[in-house]
Design a protein around this ligand. Structure first.
Ligand code: URA
Length: 251
């Protein structure tokens, strides 16, 4: 046996907390030290004020001012503006266009829920399985916002009917919010917010109340919003958006 013990693995000893925070984009190392000293940083549910603390970014849960900061560089959160006519699957055995075509450079990711082939808009893509599971589960009540183009006119009591709830083939359904956004001759643009994800739910709800959907766009999930992304564009969520998603599902 060798007389000399193997050198310690630096990764096993962890990385200094201020370095982890600055790598995660929270602040410069100096500013991160200040945050730690002020008691604003938690590691695994414990406030850390000591400066020498080293952590393993792959396994530690870090919060700043109560908001989760993802310090594991292997965890990814993307937004795809799904174009219409694209299947919501990572690969298609019949070679039809699918969202996987847009995500070739990003391995090991999966989409959070589904959009119909002819629905456009915000699709979250991640490799954090627990986050994805919770965002899809209606019990966490994460709100999804849709803009739907439907036939006009819109009856005065339509919002109230949808908020009160209707009975569809597979049971009751209702929206959290309804707003008439625009009225243009024979077409109206309405915004619907709901927190469930049954198949074709927005189309079925609006069809049920006499307003079949001509165009459907998902514009937000929780506080994450589609902004100026072109159809097919992908962007990384920023730290605030990621923190908001974890908070919304209690992670
Ligand atoms: N509701 C629908 O009807 N379609 C979608 O793609 C998403 C929600």
């Amino acid at each position: 046996m060798s007389e000399h013990p193997a050198p310690a693995d630096p990764a096993a000893e962890g990385i200094r907390l201020q370095k982890v925070l600055s790598k995660a984009g929270v602040a410069s190392r100096r500013a991160a030290e200040q945050m730690i000293a002020e008691g604003r940083v938690e590691v695994d549910d414990e406030i850390v004020t000591e400066m020498g603390r080293r952590i393993d970014p792959a396994t530690s849960q870090v919060r700043v001012d109560g908001s989760r900061v993802i310090v594991n560089e292997d965890v990814t959160h993307l937004l795809l503006n799904k174009p219409t006519g694209i299947l919501c699957t990572m690969s298609d055995d019949q070679n039809r266009p699918c969202i996987g075509d847009y995500l070739r450079e990003h391995e090991g990711l999966f989409h959070v829920g589904r959009l119909d082939v002819d629905t456009e808009g915000l699709l979250l893509v991640t490799n954090d399985g627990e986050l994805a599971h919770r965002l899809m589960h209606p019990s966490y009540e994460v709100r999804k916002t849709y803009l739907a183009e439907v036939a006009a006119p819109i009856e005065k009591d339509l919002g109230r009917r949808l908020r009160d709830g209707v009975t569809l083939d597979d049971g009751p359904a209702k929206v959290d919010k309804f707003k008439l956004v625009d009225l243009n001759g024979k077409r109206a643009l309405v915004e619907i917010v709901l927190h469930e994800g049954r198949k074709h739910i927005v189309r079925r709800l609006l069809e049920h109340v006499g307003h079949p959907v001509h165009r459907l766009v998902r514009t937000a999930i929780g506080e994450v919003r589609l902004t100026t992304e072109r159809p097919g564009a992908i962007r990384k969520l920023d730290r605030k958006e990621v923190g908001g998603l974890y908070k919304a599902v209690g992670l």
